[in-house]
Design a protein around this ligand. Structure first.
Ligand code: SF4
Length: 295
């Protein structure tokens, strides 16, 4: 490792780099990317700007177009939640309901073969944009703030990928939507003025909240229960961010939570890891839908 390297392999190292250099997580993440790729800061920011645009467009598409997923299990749910938001009193409050709608909408776009950013995977693609863009819009933050928040989330994603997994097939839905939610929580914390330490605590809390969740997509398609798992993922991220910003810390450090999540994932039987042989995929309804879709 270079003497002044911004590379990190776990949460503790990331936090040390931030505190030693008086930098935010997103600053460390951008500098790490410059170091590894050899690209300029502007090149890296421009690439992430494209991702932010894709995320925004996916939310917009889900609210303005009629979407039907490939398997026909989902489509139009994001609009329903947005419509209710406009006409009724949202049970979760305006911001949370809007975030839920956005997260579900991006997943609809993915399930209909539309363009999304896998963040970190296609199955969990709604959570990061649902959280970052909704909070950014609701608090009048700039695109630059949202970009930075995505870099903060990326740092968390890098650590989980390196030390555990973000794949439902390997670690269950806790790994996939859990990682996305942890990334989103950390991003929201820094975007709202929280410290790197608070951001890492938010990520730890998020992963703990979802630990053990299995991966059981009906018919093996990333539609149901995936869309609702994105909704709960974005809610988890925002709740954990709120806790961290208020000074509520995770009792178990982030790195230990990541390790625990990986261990839990490895103990899940293969029926509960994206094979569609267990969980809701193996219910009567799940099996009937599979027959209907595939004949
Ligand atoms: S249930 Fe499986 S496929 Fe669906 S979002 Fe969760 S991890 Fe991904």
């Amino acid at each position: 490792m270079l003497v002044n390297s911004m590379n990190f392999t776990n949460g503790e190292e990331l936090l040390r780099l931030c505190e030693k250099n008086n930098k935010t997580i997103y600053e460390v993440c951008i500098e790490r990317e410059m170091e590894i790729s050899g690209k300029s800061k502007e090149e890296i920011l421009n690439r992430m700007r494209e991702s932010l645009e894709i995320m925004k467009n996916a939310i917009k598409k889900s609210l303005t177009e009629d979407i039907k997923s490939v398997g026909g299990l989902i489509g139009g749910e994001a609009k329903k939640i947005r419509n209710r938001l406009a006409s009724e009193r949202p049970v979760c409050g305006y911001l949370m309901s809007k975030a839920i709608s956005a997260a579900m909408g991006v997943l609809e776009v993915n399930a209909s073969m539309g363009l999304i950013v896998a963040a970190p995977t296609a199955g969990s693609c709604g959570i990061l944009p649902g959280a970052i863009i909704t909070v950014g819009e609701e608090y009048g933050l700039s695109d630059e703030d949202m970009l930075n928040a995505i870099f903060t989330g990326s740092a968390i994603g890098i650590i989980i990928t390196r030390n555990a997994t973000v794949a439902g097939a390997e670690g269950g839905c806790q790994a996939e939507t859990g990682a996305a939610a942890a990334m989103a929580a950390a991003g929201v914390v820094e975007m709202m003025g929280g410290t790197p330490r608070q951001a890492i605590h938010a990520a730890a809390t998020t992963l703990k909240n979802i630990m053990g969740l299995i991966c059981d997509p009906i018919a093996g398609l990333v539609e149901a229960p995936c869309q609702k798992r994105n909704a709960i993922g974005v809610a988890n991220a925002l709740i954990s961010a709120e806790m961290a910003l208020a000074g509520v810390e995770s009792i178990v450090p982030f790195d230990e939570v990541v390790e625990a999540m990986y261990k839990v994932g490895k103990t899940l039987p293969m029926e509960l890891r994206e094979t569609a042989l267990g969980g809701v995929a193996a219910t009567c309804t799940g099996c009937n839908l599979t027959k209907k879709i595939f004949g």
